[in-house]
Ligand binder design. Sequence first.
Ligand code: NAD
Length: 329
Amino acid sequence: MVNLGIVGLGYWGPNLLRNLVANRRAGTVTICDRDPLRLDRIGERFPGCPRTADFHDLLNSPDINAILIATGVSTHYPLAMQALRAGKHIFVEKPFADTADKALEMVNEAESRGLVNMVGHTFLYSPPVITIKEIVRSGELGDIRFITSNRVNLGLHQKDVSVVWDLAPHDFSMIFHWLDAEPDLVEAFGSCYILEGIPDVAFINLRFPCGAIANVQVSWLAPSKLRKTVIVGSKKMLVYDDTEPYEKVKIYDKGVDLIEPETFGEYHLAYRTGDIRSPKLDSFEPLAAEMEEFLRCVETGDVPKTSGREGLGVVKALELADASLRARG
Ligand SMILES: NC(=O)c1ccc[n+]([C@@H]2O[C@H](COP(=O)([O-])OP(=O)(O)OC[C@H]3O[C@@H](n4cnc5c(N)ncnc54)[C@H](O)[C@@H]3O)[C@@H](O)[C@H]2O)c1
């Protein structure tokens, strides 16, 4: 049994809490928010959870083995470092930290103490993303040539972070996971339309050592919600539409083959349009799987699938995208 503390009971924290209390590996879950109204409101929904408004109570409790941090990104580093120094395993919501230097410090601190450090890259626990990883790994798509990803809607404008830090961690974490690589080039172009100094639209280009390229579009200004990723491989193509209720993933046996010229200067293109297949997806809540992974790793000492190192890789790319954006591409 793992006794836990969770800090941050705003929009996202209660989702983690709901899945924690439902997990058989979790013992007592102490909840913490410095906002007394939020603490009371969530405390009433989870009467079995001890409450505190002071984060130090989590640090000082010898019974608590692990702390989950679901506060705003600027607080991830100070809270995580205090938790690690108090000997607690940590789960930190995405993005892992607000700079790559801080993210690296958190990873080093955790690793030197032998503590689990995990980042909340929730999508990597979702059935479509897991299935796509298996499809890419199997070679069915061939070599991955490029990926495009759209994550736009009329979103909540954040006061302290750009749309890149808010939304792109999802696309970056998925793309890096599928390609098993971090980009060697990141460039971004965007604009601030509503709040001065806070970009609310960004078009980000990435290049990977394998030669694949990717384009990620993120925005809080769009008439409808788009969550669509297209993966184009040398053999087949795949479309992942997370807004679809069924058939979120479709594999298209489509492509263009260059036929070797028989005589110099002559070439021939062969267009292939074959079957469309939609693989059967498992059905479980990604957050339940994410909490299970954290608790399992705390119990066993295993390195989580979304360790702090993955969090660091995403933060590095976010930092580069932000720098490129501010330098106007
Ligand atoms: N994985 C996902 O899909 C996903 C989705 C949404 C948000 N998030 C992440 O979750 C985190 C939280 O986002 P949110 O939208 O819930 O934020 P929020 O502002 O709604 O809530 C944050 C809460 O933390 C509390 N808090 C901050 N510092 C504290 C401290 N020192 N002690 C006690 N309480 C403190 C605040 O009072 C607030 O209630 C962010 O990192 C965000 O990126 C992840």
